[in-house]
Design a protein around this ligand. Structure first.
Ligand code: IPM
Ligand code: MN
Length: 363
């Protein structure tokens, strides 16, 4: 066994977060051992759990632990217990803080619908089968972070505002990531904006167009307004290869994309910056209604762990996890979110165990 070892910061968070992180850790332990490297973990509260413990959804000490790690895995944050909180005391603002502090500006959300899942889709199976796209969402700018922002006035006559703004360098760096992925995939990039209305989108489009012409002429670049993109995702998802878009549009389109495969419980993400660590989190939320019942689908979190292994250069271990997920799905196992009328569904643990069995076959 080599002495290669990685330090991973775990932020299980709230709701189903701890359950899906637990499955990912079991899988990470197994594939790392089989592939000859070691993973050690730190674990910290985040989101609502951190509000309860520290009165802060993302204390600086937790941020520092994360910054010192090789990768950060987050489960989910938020829930009804903290819904009355506002501003910096919301669980979600802890998530935005860790994204900002890690500088993870490019959020990769792969949306693939294998044939075995096409029947779980709310759309016609033939409309979604074979969908395979990558949404590259800008993650540390745009309206999520734009200043000024505020709320003022008296009840009954208030005024509230956010600011959607992007600079040329912010657009360029995320567009570069997207162009590079398009090159590695099927050579097509669709940039999504609202340039018919928003000046920030007009800059976005100009910058992406210029970069494409100057440095990525081999990539076929197209542009689409976000309203049309939402519709195209539903009527003809197969047309997309790589999509690049801003923070808010990417948030919305990736949820729409996720439902193509029948469940948000399948969609992983990797958020990467100029340096490690990256932040790896399932796209789904904390699902408080099913928390603690072993009903959650661990696949999105396990596939997020696979994206982390890729980032660490441990491709063999990553492909073991992916093969494990594929094997379990092909075998017909489904958690409740993917449930079909009249068929049994498996628990979070059972799905994790099945994925492990299938992963072991290839590593
Ligand atoms: C996501 C989530 C977050 C976001 C929330 C929880 C802050 O919806 O990762 O898509 O809006 O980015
Ligand atoms: Mn979202």
């Amino acid at each position: 066994m080599s002495d290669k070892s990685y330090q991973i910061a775990l932020l299980p968070g709230d709701g189903i977060g701890p359950e899906v992180i637990a499955e990912a850790v079991t899988l990470l332990d197994a594939v790392s051992e089989a592939c000859g490297f070691r993973i050690t973990y730190t674990e910290n509260a985040a989101g609502g759990a951190a509000i309860d413990r520290y009165k802060d959804p993302m204390p600086d000490s937790v941020v520092e632990t994360c910054q010192a790690a090789d990768g950060v895995m987050l489960g989910a944050v938020g829930g009804p217990a903290w819904d009355h909180h506002t501003g910096d005391m919301r669980p979600e603002s802890g998530l935005l803080k860790i994204r900002r502090e890690l500088g993870v500006f490019a959020n990769l959300r792969p949306v693939a619908v294998p044939a075995s899942l096409a029947e779980a889709s709310p759309l016609r199976p033939e409309a979604v089968a074979g969908t395979d796209m990558l949404v590259v969402r800008e993650l540390t700018g745009g309206i999520y972070f734009g200043e000024p922002r505020g709320r003022s006035g008296e009840p009954g006559n208030e005024d509230a505002f956010n600011t959607m703004r992007y600079t040329t360098p912010e657009i360029e760096r995320v567009a570069r990531v997207a162009f590079a992925w398009a090159r590695k995939r099927r050579g097509r990039l669709c940039s999504v904006d609202k340039a018919n209305v928003l000046v920030v989108s007009q800059l976005w489009r100009d910058v992406v167009t210029k970069l494409g012409a100057e440095e990525y002429a081999d990539v076929e670049l197209s542009h689409m307004y976000v309203d049309n993109a939402a519709m195209q995702l539903v009527i003809n998802p197969g047309q997309f290869d790589v999509i690049v878009t801003g923070n808010l549009f990417g948030d919305i389109l990736s949820d729409a994309g996720a439902t193509l495969g029948g469940s948000l419980g399948l969609l992983p993400s990797a958020s990467l910056g100029a340096t490690r660590p990256g932040l790896f989190e399932p796209v789904h939320g904390s699902a408080p209604d099913i928390a603690g019942q072993s009903k959650a689908n661990p696949i999105a979190c396990i596939l997020s762990a696979a994206m982390m292994l890729d980032d660490l250069g441990e491709e063999k271990a990553a492909s073991g996890l992916r093969a494990g997920v594929e094997g379990a799905l092909d075998e017909g196992l489904r958690t409740a979110d993917l449930g079909r009328e009249g068929r049994e569904s498996v628990s979070t643990r059972e799905m994790g165990e099945a994925i492990l069995v299938h992963a072991r076959k290839v590593i």
